[in-house]
Design a protein around this ligand. Structure first.
Ligand SMILES: Nc1ncnc2c1ncn2[C@@H]1O[C@H](COP(=O)(O)OP(=O)(O)O)[C@@H](O)[C@H]1O
Ligand SMILES: [Mg+2]
Length: 437
């Protein structure tokens, strides 16, 4: 549809010469000096010249403008490059090519800019290996941030080999669960710094303390995970090791790859130490890993990054429950609304969702009731803003252990109860009932 360009209408199409005059056949070769990407180039691809110019304009100088994905092929394999696809690049063939690039060339990172975001488009794009999908109208900061993030992750990814795992040894063995496989709980938010890792580590520790079955915490913030630091662990192995051994994973290896948090018995599978390993891991691999581990663990808690990609999408879809963390400042609520609508776009049912309002008493005071009304969802926990949180983060000891009597710990314990007592979803959020071990 030629109308796909109408969302980029902040410029006049009259200014532009016909496509042939602007795009020379060797245009892709100019992509070598992309801004702020430490060596990775940038190319924008769209059949519409105005869209190409607009996107390139947002990204600064040295951006190659290319008419079609097939024309882009000649540039692939010549060094790291971020390819920004415009709205015209959404045919099955286009996604097929993106998927092939992903398999054969780790130095290509693809971002899709679309004028209309549908469930199917989002899923198809992420599954083909597109790193991020942005919907018009495009916020320049967001576009630049996304392209920079993808670019950063490419620069040293090419030569990286996953490390060899140590030889598995028999430790205090995990055993297959008697009944049902364990519950998978992912902790998500569409904004960084909203408290996901604080919630995930505390929730996991609270569960480990109170559950009779093993609990595993997985750090799926593959680029900058901080779960290990928050729990003061010095892990020998990471998600990368586990994923590289997917075909052979048995209880002894899971024991070997996870690091045990002594105080609670929680088993932790941390993020890779080098962010460059992150891009080698697919959503499918992560889900396979989770599915293996849940045969042995009563609960798996997954700490997520604050963006959607293939890994995040697949894990959220595969989770039994999604904890959505919202900080109570205004831009954050806007973000949560976007998060909620994206999750419903992905057909994640509301029953799976548990909203945690973080810093519920903070200075930028929003009426909690108003927020719940705006978001049309009742919060599962209102975590107050409290200095015990940064103190606990610094000490590497979760609040539920180091400040167990604080309001923060009580709310996080209440959240854990949802997943322990089964009456969870139906329990009113104001309920006083709690089940302390
Ligand atoms: N309820 C709270 N009260 C005070 N500080 C908090 C609270 N929740 C989070 N923080 C602070 O915010 C920082 C970011 O939290 P974190 O869990 O790392 O966010 P995310 O994982 O979403 O990026 C933490 O270092 C912590 O000190
Ligand atoms: Mg985090």
């Amino acid at each position: 549809m030629s109308e796909t360009t109408s969302d980029f209408s902040s410029f006049s199409l009259d200014d532009f010469a016909p496509i042939e005059e602007q795009v020379s056949s060797d245009a892709p070769a100019e992509a070598d000096q992309g801004p702020n990407l430490g060596g990775a180039g940038i190319a924008v691809v769209d059949e519409d010249l105005a869209v190409r110019d607009y996107l390139a304009g947002q990204l600064g100088e040295g951006v190659a403008k290319v008419r079609s994905i097939s024309e882009m092929e000649s540039r692939i394999g010549m060094g790291p490059i971020v390819v920004v696809l415009g709205p015209s690049c959404t045919t099955p063939d286009d996604f097929g090519t993106v998927e092939r690039w992903g398999r054969s060339n780790p130095e290509v990172g693809v971002v899709l800019v679309t004028s209309e975001l549908s469930t199917q488009l989002l899923q198809t794009a992420l599954r083909s290996g597109v790193r991020d999908v942005l919907a018009a109208p495009i916020d320049q900061m967001q576009l630049v941030d996304t392209v920079s993030r993808v670019g950063d992750s490419l620069n040293s990814a090419a030569a990286v080999q996953p490390p060899k795992p140590g030889s598995p040894s028999m430790v205090d063995g995990l055993e297959p669960l008697d009944g049902q496989p364990g519950k998978v709980i992912s902790v998500f938010s569409t904004k960084g710094g909203s408290g996901k890792s604080v919630v995930a580590t505390n929730l996991a520790c609270a569960l480990a303390k109170r559950s009779s079955k093993p609990v595993v915490l997985i750090d799926a913030h593959l680029q900058f995970g901080d779960v290990a630091v928050m729990l003061k662990l010095t892990p020998q192995h990471t998600v990368v090791d586990a994923v590289s051994q997917l075909e052979h994973l048995d209880p002894a290896m899971i024991d070997e790859f996870t690091t045990t948090h002594e105080e609670t018995g929680l088993r932790v599978l941390p993020a890779p130490l080098e962010p460059t390993f992150a891009d080698q891991i697919t959503g499918e691999q992560m889900m396979k890993l989770v599915n293996i581990i849940k045969e042995y663990a009563g609960h798996i808690v997954i700490d997520m990054p604050a963006y959607f990609n293939d890994v995040v999408l697949t894990l959220i879809e595969g989770s039994d429950d999604v904890v959505l963390v919202a900080g109570l400042d205004i831009p954050n609520i806007k973000n949560v609304k976007i998060g909620l609508s994206t999750l419903s776009l992905l057909n994640i049912p509301r029953e799976k969702l548990h909203l945690v309002l973080n810093r519920a008493n903070s200075k930028v005071k929003l009426d909690v009731g108003e927020v719940e009304k705006t978001l049309q969802i009742q919060a599962a926990a209102h975590v107050p803003s409290d200095v015990v949180v940064p103190i606990s983060v610094n000490r590497g000891s979760p609040v539920v252990l180091s400040a167990a009597r604080s309001g923060v710990a009580r709310e996080l314990d209440k959240l854990a109860s949802r997943f322990l007592d089964g009456a969870a979803a139906s329990a009113a959020s104001g309920s006083r009932r709690r089940f302390f071990g």
